[in-house]
Design a protein around this ligand. Structure first.
Ligand code: TRP
Length: 335
């Protein structure tokens, strides 16, 4: 479906993922990589500094996110895996795009509006704590996308608008010079990916504090699994599996026959909450064991990761250089 398309996605380094991120976003992205003609995945480190100034934390999170994608099976030789800050042309392109970006686009951007709403709710001044990086971030994101001649950006719902902004800016540049200087990007939403419930039954999310972590010690994972909310009904009472959070999580991870085994046990009153939690823990450990090993290896041998990222940047950079050259040639000619 994406045989002749360039797919691009950026990830912010925001700490270790939980199993919801891993199975719901990271693994599907790696799978999609193998379906594209060209797949770019970059670490959005310039975006990250808008939110994280603590250099130690920032560096740890960049390191972690890089290792996580390798642990998930992304092949850095086959795909373009790089750090945004290793491709300076992206920032030069951003400067050019600023001149074609109506300020109103930035005012309307979700990321900025969400920050404003949060301020207003807290009774603070509208722009309290909002830096220019956050305000203008859709333009940098447009440069991330347009620099690489991207066809498709896979997005969650919150990012659709940002891709539309990139498309609009590209359209404005092309229309002004009456040339296809920039490729117009599209987005796809990953609608078919299951949303994993968290241990309280709401969507698994760091902001709800209801996550099951991974890439952590077994006892940390166990503690989260065993904190999954259950009621006080006795084992013998037949239960509807779909009402039970442990089962809902299990269903997203375990093979079909094991899922059926748990469902039957609950319906027939033969499995208690302790049993099903143990089954869930086993499945999680089993399904994350290999990735954790690769992750630990790369965290301990980061020079190899750095090498892979540098190689990715050196292969991706010519795309950005060509895009910038097209723009500069059109704007400034041979001056
Ligand atoms: N804005 C994205 C996020 O918050 C990260 C990102 C930066 C991105 N540049 C991008 C995603 C370009 C897709 C394409 O998750």
């Amino acid at each position: 479906m994406f045989e002749n398309k360039c797919i691009l996605t950026g990830v912010k380094p925001t700490g270790k993922p939980h199993i919801g991120n891993y199975f719901g976003a990271i693994l599907p992205a790696v799978k999609m990589a193998n379906e594209a003609a060209r797949f770019n995945l970059f670490i959005a480190d310039y975006h990250a500094i808008n939110f994280m100034k603590d250099a130690e934390v920032l560096q740890r999170e960049i390191k972690e996110i890089a290792c996580i994608y390798l642990a998930a099976g992304l092949d850095p030789k086959k795909h373009y895996f790089y750090r945004q800050s290793d491709i300076p042309e992206i920032n030069e392109i951003t400067t050019i795009l600023y001149a074609f970006t109506p300020k109103g686009f930035m005012n309307k951007s979700h990321a900025y509006k969400a920050a404003v709403d949060k301020n207003l709710e807290a009774g603070k001044p509208t722009d309290d704590g909002i830096n220019m990086g956050l305000y203008t971030y859709p333009t940098l994101m447009a440069a991330d996308i347009l620099s690489m001649d991207t066809d498709i950006v896979p997005v969650g719902k919150d990012q659709i608008q940002h891709v539309e902004i990139a498309r609009d800016i590209a359209g404005a540049v092309n229309a002004y010079y009456d040339k296809e200087l920039l490729k117009l990007p599209d987005y796809v939403t990953a609608a078919d990916v299951a949303v994993l419930p968290g241990i309280d039954g709401r969507k698994m999310s760091k902001s709800y504090n209801n996550v099951i972590p991974m890439f952590e010690d077994e006892k940390v994972i166990k503690k989260a699994v065993y904190s999954t909310v259950t009621d006080s009904r006795p084992m013998e009472e037949p239960k509807d599996p779909d009402e039970i959070i442990v089962y809902q999580i299990y269903k997203c991870l375990a093979p079909a026959d094991k899922v059926e085994e748990m469902a039957a046990g609950l319906r027939e009153g033969k499995l208690g909450y302790g049993h099903i939690k143990a089954m869930l823990l086993d499945t999680i450990l089993e399904q994350t064991k290999d990735a954790k090993q690769v992750y630990d290896y790369y965290m301990a041998h980061y020079d190899e990761v750095r090498g892979a990222l540098e190689d990715g940047a050196s292969r991706a950079r010519p795309f950005a250089q060509r895009t910038l050259a097209r723009l500069k040639e059109t704007l400034f000619g041979n001056l």
